[in-house]
Write a protein that binds this ligand. Sequence first.
Ligand code: CAO
Length: 435
Amino acid sequence: MAFLIEIKVPDVGNAADIDVVDVLVKPGDEVKLEQTLAVLETDKASMDLPASAAGKVQEVFIKPGDKVSEGTLIATVSASTETVAAAAEQPAPPAVAPAPVEKAPEPVKESAAATPEPVVSKPAPAPEIPTNNVSVHPAHATPAVRLFARELGVDIQKITVGTGRKGRILKDDVKNFVKKVMAEGVAQSGSGIPAMPSIDFSQFGDIEEQKLGKIKRLTGQNLSRVWLNLPMVTYHEEADITEMEAFRNALNAEKSKDDVKLTGLVFIIKALVAAMQQFPQFNASLSADGEKLILKKYFNIGIAVDTPNGLVVPVLRDVHRKGINELSAELAETSNRARQGKLMPAEMQGGCITISSLGGIGGTAFTPIVNAPEVAILGVTRAKMQPLWDGKEFVPRLMLPLDLTYDHRVIDGVEGARFMAAIKQYLGDIRRLLL
Ligand code: CAO
């Protein structure tokens, strides 16, 4: 015996006006128990409406774009007595509301031509609450979810976790995918750069592993962060320090063997501070939101010091108030303590611009990385005698190579060139430092 079963929208937890995004059956289709008849979608989740009885679909009452609520008739299915009985014995599916109570089918008189089949009202089982199933078909999603993914620029094929029924991708899965990608981006300082591959170098020959010290690890992290966040430009220049060196040598000749000798670096520090006073935008930091420039009225210079544990940057404070001898003594004392690992954290804070000098070793030029949040760093390599044309002849001059890297968000190219020209002028004639 056959019964006509009405399949209705079950209790879906107070949701009304639910969108019908897909209807998967038509009259005449044979449907199995639990087969998806339609796909509904609220603003929170997408859900499949399964058939609560197996049989032949007689009529379908909804179409994509309709809005339905609890109790809306979805379809009628003509089912045999056995199927209905079997369906009645099915345990109540997990539901957001109590399982619907089913009307028991009544025996039907064969002769009723106008009503050939008795009608049984049967809500579809309540849709399952999404679980964290791993999707077997990663791109199994309704058109609405696909549209949503497209609007966010998400390639739905890349979403491997569908938490809907049978692994269907839901709106929430798309949102979670976007959150995950954003979080990974942040972890990589917004760069989205793929991680370096891990290579087993022992396959090419003998190796030894050496753990990086704390300073090296922290410096590495900081340098990577700066490298990825600051648009940096390095400008190169040469300063004629022939007279300055003559003066420095003369001063050193006057010193006793216990006095701290003057190195060229202290003159460079003074010239740098004079240029900073002339160009205040170099003695500044950009606010974290990039909206403001914080101009500093103090003049603290960081000096990169090479130590057995790695690079550290002690800060010489209030340099504009200190003389060459005082600065020399402070530089010698601080760099010694830095090499012995005796600097306190506070001694490495509050710098305005850093100098990285490789002049004691050699070099002709390099591109130092800005010690952010400072906006510039001055690199120094080895001075050497060069023939310089004075308009009549070549004359030997001691030329000092300088490299200025600056944060291009704060410093324009022309400002960088002018700043460097000022340093060059101060070093070329240190009497100008008195002006
Ligand atoms: N041109 C020619 N000679 C130079 C010079 C230059 N630009 N800079 C230094 N020298 C000479 C000095 O005059 C000194 O000569 P004497 O022994 O004849 O007196 C010698 O080189 C050694 O100088 P120094 O480097 O010890 O002293 P300094 O004051 O110039 O520098 C300090 C001090 C602490 C900056 C330096 O010792 C240092 O650690 N430099 C490394 C910085 C660094 O690691 N930078 C890398 C950053 S990027 O990774």
